[in-house]
Design a protein around this ligand. Structure first.
Ligand code: SF4
Length: 241
């Protein structure tokens, strides 16, 4: 989206990917990310390609009027809580009702998550927080809308995000309550965790209470994976040792 409009083609996107691959995988593979063995380049390129090519099925980037890309939001407070973020894309859309700024976040790794009616959609909260922060920067008299672009090829979809007043208010309330919870955890020096398949890569598994804790009958706050997780790194060395 940073290219001139006429140049935003699939070919240009792939050229950028190939150029980055060359830059990031120099001969000294031991020292540079991603440090891929040469014979795995095609696999890596195919994965990256699949992660973003769906964008071209959502919009024609040549038609997008870019206001900003990767806009950094900081020194912003939302409901008295400090907020930081990077907005992937802000585009400008003109229609009969006026000039809109559309806040867009790209999700390359996820299919559209199923969120049951009435449940919290984190991706939508994220867009609304961006919108609120942006309004502080640019002025609340601007017209805003927002979308999440799920750019995975064959699963691509643009999902509009509600910017209704009650939804914005609910997002701010949830943000504030998450902040208070985090502060309480910090004060207590106790951080509840939630097990997931990612525990398999966590170096804390040998000592994590949430892994070793048995499920108490009726306790739905945690799904015990005791005995099911094979830690990727077996030893955890504290800073004191
Ligand atoms: S092992 Fe514990 S600390 Fe590590 S990711 Fe899982 S729940 Fe979190």
């Amino acid at each position: 989206m940073k290219l001139a409009r006429t140049k935003r083609t699939p070919l240009a996107a792939r050229t950028i990917t190939y150029r980055l691959t060359a830059e990031l995988t120099p001969p000294n593979l031991a020292q540079r990310w991603p440090g891929l063995p040469v014979d795995r380049y095609p696999e890596w390129l195919a994965l990256v390609d699949a992660a973003f090519m769906g964008l071209f099925g959502i919009v024609d980037p040549r038609q997008v009027l870019v206001h900003k890309t990767e806009l950094r939001l900081d020194d912003v407070f939302i409901g008295a809580v400090p907020f930081k973020g990077f907005i992937d894309l802000i585009s400008q859309v003109d229609d009969d009702t006026g000039r809109w700024l559309e806040v867009v976040d790209f999700k390359t790794g996820a299919r559209v998550p199923y969120v049951p009616p009435g449940q919290i959609n984190d991706h939508h909260d994220q867009i609304r927080l961006y919108r609120i922060g942006l309004a502080q920067k640019l002025g609340g008299d601007r017209l805003f809308r927002g979308s999440v672009y799920y750019t995975r090829d064959k699963l691509a979809k643009a999902v509009p995000v509600s910017m209704r007043g009650p939804d914005l208010d609910a997002t701010v309330r949830r943000f504030g309550s998450a902040w208070r919870r985090l502060n309480r955890y910090a004060e207590d020096a106790a951080w509840p965790a939630r097990t997931s398949p990612l525990c398999g890569w966590c170096p804390l598994t040998p000592i994590c209470a949430w892994i070793v804790r048995p499920v108490v009958a009726g306790d739905r706050s945690v799904k015990s994976v005791a005995g099911q997780v094979e830690p990727a790194i077996r030893t955890f060395r504290s800073s004191a040792s």
